[in-house]
Ligand binder design. Structure first.
Ligand code: SF4
Ligand code: SF4
Length: 297
């Protein structure tokens, strides 16, 4: 009689093997929310609808912020260069989120800031409900210089991360931890101050301080589908006054600042407000038809 080894005496074979079907099923709710959110964001962007944009902003705060704490951080940018990213298999929705953001940035610019980032969405919603009379309009020349502060913050954080590898730094330069709720009393006080400033200075953090916004702004230099401009835009300047992000200067769009909010695009598609169309009408009528422009509200 020959000795037969006992099949798997330790019971290892009984261990269930996790298949891709199991992995996807377990993450299906997050994946479905992420795909649905990006579909909504893209649809609202395509339709240039103010109402749909606000629906998207509310969804960003509630679904991506409060429910899932899905926010990109400067730490993720640093992680790309150091191969320190979440495990793909267990973070599929996060990869859809990050990959979608990268793709949108290359295609359109700071699309993420305009309607995906939960913090940016919250401040835009604040801006929409607070009385306009509370706002302090910053002198243009100061605003033009202040937007560079965020690039200084980005350089400082990058230097700090390169030297120390201390990823916890993000909590002191990004308020995104608020959606996870793990701030210290000092950080909550700083956040209250930041939101207090935002009440009076529109999108203050996003325009002047955010290192992630700065990174996406730099990436926007390669935007495949930039905003179109009419030849009259360099002299007309109506949309420059309309841009709440200070992203139009001397009739030219500054890609690092533009968040693709649609406001200027809606304006120059409007035949009653944009002088471009009135000039075309005037020429087509042989110089006889001159209709008054509807004021920009
Ligand atoms: S600038 Fe920063 S906080 Fe503002 S929307 Fe962009 S990533 Fe979010
Ligand atoms: S108004 Fe135009 S230029 Fe200004 S942020 Fe919105 S899309 Fe960009």
């Amino acid at each position: 009689m020959t000795w037969q080894p006992e099949a798997d005496p330790w019971g290892f074979e009984a261990e269930p093997v996790e298949t891709w079907a199991d992995v996807i099923t377990a993450q299906a709710p997050d994946l479905a929310i992420m795909v649905a959110f990006f579909a909504l964001a893209l649809f609202s962007f395509h339709r240039k609808s103010v109402r749909l944009k606000y629906v998207t902003l509310i969804a960003a705060v509630l679904l991506l912020g409060v429910r899932s704490s899905f926010l990109l951080s400067i730490v993720n940018v640093f992680g790309v260069f150091h191969g320190e990213l979440p495990v793909f298999r267990h973070n599929l929705a996060w990869y859809v989120f990050a990959g979608g953001t990268l793709l949108m940035t290359v295609l359109f610019g700071r699309f993420y800031c305009g309607r995906v980032c939960a913090y940016g969405a919250l401040t835009q919603l604040l801006d929409a409900v607070l009385p306009a009379t509370w706002r302090i309009e910053m002198p243009h020349r100061i605003e033009r210089r202040a937007v560079h502060i965020k690039f200084g913050v980005l350089a400082a954080v990058t230097g700090y991360l390169l030297i120390t590898r201390d990823m916890g730094i993000y909590r002191y330069v990004e308020p995104f931890w608020m959606f996870g709720g793990f701030g210290t009393p000092i950080m909550w006080t700083g956040l209250a101050l930041l939101i207090g400033v935002t009440v009076f200075v529109r999108n203050a953090y996003c325009r002047f301080l955010c290192p992630l916004g700065a990174t996406l702004g730099l990436l926007s230099a390669v935007t495949v589908f930039p905003i179109k401009r009419w030849s009259e835009c360099s002299t007309c300047r109506i949309c420059q006054k309309t841009c709440e992000w200070g992203a139009i200067d001397e009739g030219r769009i500054i890609r690092t600042e533009c968040v693709r909010c649609d406001d200027c695009e809606r304006l120059y598609d409007d035949h009653a407000k944009c002088p471009h169309w009135r000039i075309l009408d005037y020429r087509a009528s042989g110089g006889r038809k001159v209709l008054p422009l509807r004021p920009v509200t």
